[in-house]
Write a protein that binds this ligand. Structure first.
Ligand SMILES: [Zn+2]
Length: 216
C-alpha cells in the first residue's frame, strides 16, 4: 500500500479518536481505534489521549503484535487483530468503555431486540461475551467469535467493541450502541420492554437488506 494511503489513514484515525472523545465515548482515553492496513493494522498507541494523539503516534503492527517504532500498540491490540483475522469485511474496529454499554455489560446481559434498530448490528440482539482479563487471548477469541455474525458486542464487566467496513461506520456503530443501551435501560425503569417477534424481525431484515443493497 502506498505511503500516502498510510499517511491518510493515520490522519483519519487520529481525527476519529478525538471525535470519539468529543462525543463522550472515550473518557480518560479508555478506548482504542484501529484500521486494517496491508496484512496488519494501524492502531492507537497505549497511553494515547485526545490531546496527544496525532498521525505520528499511531502504531503500525502486524496481527501478531510485531510493531515498528518506539510506541507500543494499545493493550487491547489482540481483540482488534483477531477480529481482522476472522471477519474479512472488517476494515476498522472501535473499542470503548462508554457509560451505558459498561452499565449493561456489568450485568452480563445482551442488548435484547427491544427496538428495531438493534437489527442494524446484524441480528435480533447484541450479545455480551463473558468477562476475561483485558488484553488477553480469551477476550480476543470471545469478541471475534461474537463479531462473526454481528457488527458489535458487549464485553462483560468491561465495555463494547464494533467493526465496520470503514472507520466512520465502526465509530457510528459504537455511538449507536451507546445510545441504544441508554434507551433500553430507560425503558427498563418502567418494566421489561417487549421484544420484536420472529415475524417482525423477518420483515425488518427483508426491508433492511433491500435498503442496504448496493451500498459499499
Ligand atoms: Zn477496554
Amino acid at each position: 500500500m502506498a505511503q500516502s494511503d498510510e499517511a491518510t489513514l493515520r490522519e483519519a484515525l487520529a481525527d476519529r479518536y478525538r471525535h470519539v472523545e468529543r462525543i463522550g465515548l472515550n473518557e480518560l482515553a479508555s478506548g482504542n481505534l484501529s484500521v486494517r492496513f496491508g496484512d496488519g493494522m494501524l492502531i492507537s498507541p497505549t497511553g494515547a489521549t485526545a490531546e496527544t494523539i496525532c498521525a505520528g503516534t499511531i502504531v503500525r503492527t502486524d496481527l501478531d503484535g510485531a510493531h515498528e517504532g518506539p510506541r507500543r500498540p494499545s493493550s487491547e491490540w489482540r481483540m482488534h487483530a483477531e477480529i481482522y483475522r476472522r471477519c474479512p469485511d472488517a476494515q476498522a474496529v472501535v473499542h470503548t468503555h462508554s457509560d451505558n454499554c459498561v452499565a449493561l455489560s456489568c450485568h452480563n446481559r445482551p442488548l435484547p431486540g427491544f427496538h428495531y434498530l438493534v437489527g442494524t448490528f446484524g441480528g435480533p440482539d447484541v450479545p455480551c461475551v463473558p468477562y476475561s482479563t483485558f488484553g488477553g487471548e480469551d477476550l480476543a477469541e470471545d469478541a471475534a467469535a461474537a463479531l462473526a455474525d454481528r457488527t458489535a458486542c458487549l464485553l462483560g464487566s468491561h465495555g463494547m467493541i464494533s467493526r465496520g467496513r470503514s472507520l466512520d461506520e465502526a465509530v457510528t456503530l459504537a455511538h449507536r450502541l451507546e445510545i441504544m443501551c441508554r434507551q433500553y435501560m430507560l425503558a427498563l425503569t418502567i418494566g421489561e420492554p417487549a421484544r420484536l417477534t420472529d415475524e417482525q424481525w423477518r420483515e425488518f431484515f427483508d426491508r433492511y437488506a433491500a435498503l442496504s443493497y448496493g451500498q459499499p
